[in-house]
Structures are given as structure tokens and as C-alpha cells.
Design a protein around this ligand. Sequence first.
Ligand SMILES: Cc1cc2nc3c(=O)[nH]c(=O)nc-3n(C[C@H](O)[C@H](O)[C@H](O)COP(=O)(O)OP(=O)(O)OC[C@H]3O[C@@H](n4cnc5c(N)ncnc54)[C@H](O)[C@@H]3O)c2cc1C
Length: 320
Amino acid sequence: MKKCLIFIDGEQVKESLDLIEVCRKLYPERIVETYAVSNKWIDPESLKGIDHTFRIDGDRIKEYDTRNLAYCISKIQDEYQFDSILIPATWIGRMLAPRLSILLQTGLTADVTEIQAENDQILLVRPAYSGRMMASIKPVGNGPVMMSVRANVFHNEISDDHKGDLIPFSYNCDQICGIREMGSFKKEKSYDIRESKVLISGGGGVIHNFEKLEELAQLLNGQVAASRKIVDKGIAPRYLQVGQSGKTVSPKLYFAFGISGAIQHIEGLKNVETVIAVNSSINAPICSIADLVVEGDACQCIELLLSRIRQYKEKNNSRS
Ligand SMILES: Cc1cc2nc3c(=O)[nH]c(=O)nc-3n(C[C@H](O)[C@H](O)[C@H](O)COP(=O)(O)OP(=O)(O)OC[C@H]3O[C@@H](n4cnc5c(N)ncnc54)[C@H](O)[C@@H]3O)c2cc1C
């Protein structure tokens, strides 16, 4: 039996629960007992698939206080001796993971995208050298296997209705919370490209016509995404960026208009079903991973698509 602790980011519960799949991949031949701890109070009812959830009693730990949270989790580890600790690579997870690994004096593999495990031998795979190569890291030593895991790469598909139990954990933190709340305001409404089934994505080749993608996205019930080039130029917001330093997306259909397909961009396309690349150069790297390539000018192609789809819709509307 192996024991895994999963950190549940209170703002990204679904992504955090996907780490149950990582537990299975780590120990394919073993029974795995899953534990959860969070920075927010979460009803265990919504943590399906988790066997035990820690409820931290102690008023010094505040929601964003990763320093005290790390101390608290290190105490939980001292008592429960988990075989592995998994943290989603969300912004709070990225602050928590290194603090915790220092306290536990154990190695941390950050931003894991693949697990290879056989006969209790584990290899953690993550992009290295700006995504130019994949590094396989073998955890050694006696500490728990610690990692942060890139969001939307693993999916917990198994629907598990069993409800876990609550474990109260008293933690009298002697550190003062370093966070002072100055106020709160609602987050700007933004959509999440990771949830979209159709993505219309644009890069350097449509830098002067990026707004055209929005029209196409509306007609195809999709959403707009972008390469880093577009984001760095300030044409699209950061939350639309696909790739290693952006988001890993999993639509059924991904249009890449004028995107070269640099390795850092392709890193975000691991779970895409169909890629259609429109590029003026057949030698662009994106063409070698695309299911369909249109060689030519992206803007002309968009105009043509817009007019064909409109015609098609009008015809269908007049029939009904
Ligand atoms: C640490 C690090 C992290 C990074 N993370 C990311 C990331 O998360 N996401 C990301 O996207 N990039 C990332 N990058 C940047 C990445 O290396 C590339 O520079 C970037 O993806 C290039 O964007 P692009 O392909 O849109 O633009 P370009 O490189 O300018 O390519 C434009 C493409 O459009 C084609 N084209 C030009 N004109 C037309 C036209 N009229 N019609 C059709 N096609 C045309 C060209 O043939 C070319 O293939 C990262 C880089 C580093 C170093």
C-alpha cells in the first residue's frame, strides 16, 4: 500500500483532483491511499476519489499564506510519512512546493508532464532548457517523492463516488502570518481556454489581423487562443497563451493560424485531438504535427472560411 498526499488548490479543485490519476500512474501495481490537504475549507463531498481529507484546526493559517501552510504540511508529513506529495503547478502550488521541499529536505521535480513507473522505479518527466528537451528525473533518497504537476496534462477519468473521511489536524503555528489582507475585489471575467472544445489560435503570421479570429471563433462556437508572440506584443492577454509558459489545452479541434509551432508552443498541445495548421511555409514545425495543413496566407484563409461558413449557415437557416 502506498500513501499519497495531494494538495488541493481551493481555487482550482478540479485540476487538483486530476492528480489522483498521477497517484495511479506512480504506483500502477499497488493499492494507493489518497489524502488531501487544502488552503481553503472544502467539503469532502466534493472531493470524490480522495480517501482522507485533513481539516486543519489553527487560526494562524490564512488562505494565501504558503509559508505557514508549508510548515503545517511538513508536520502532517512527519506524522503520516507519505510516499509521495503531489502539488498542482497553479500559482499557489508553485509558491508552496519549493517551501515544503526545503522544510522536508527532499528533492522537488517541478512542472511534471509525464510519469514512467514500473516495479516501483519512478521516472518523472518535465520540459528542460526552455522546452527544447524533456528531462527524465529519478527521485532518490528516503524522503517522499515530491512534485508539482502541470495542469490539464493528466485527467482523472475514473468516476469514483466513494466519500472519504475527515482527519482533524491541530496545528498551533508559532509563526505570525506574513499576509495582510488589504481588500478584495472580483476577478475580471475571463474564459478558460482549457475548457474549450474548439480553439482558433493565432501567431506571428496574423499579427496585424488577430481580431479576425474572434469572428471565426463565434461562428464555430469556439474561443480564441494565441502564441506567446501575440501575447508579448500586447495584442492578446496572457490567459489566452498556449504553450509551456502558457496553458496546456485539450480541445477537439485546434486551428493554428500563422503559428510556427516552436517547441514551447507544441508543449501546450499534448491533448489536442485534431490540429489544422494554416501557414505560408510548409516547412514550419507545426505542419509536421498537424492533421491537416493549409499552405498559404492565413488572413485569406480566414476570410474564405468566414464567407463559406456564413453561406452555409444562411442556406441551412432558409431551409428550416
Ligand atoms: C522559456 C520560453 C518559454 C516559451 N513559452 C512559450 C509558450 O508558452 N507559448 C508560445 O507560443 N511560445 C513560447 N515561447 C516562444 C517560442 O519559442 C516562439 O518564439 C513563439 O511560439 C513564436 O510564435 P509564433 O510561432 O506565433 O511566431 P513566429 O515565430 O513569428 O512564426 C510565425 C509563423 O507564421 C507563418 N506566417 C507568416 N506570415 C504568414 C501568413 N501571412 N500566413 C500564414 N502564415 C504566416 C510563418 O511561416 C511562421 O511559421 C517560449 C520561449 C521561451 C524561451
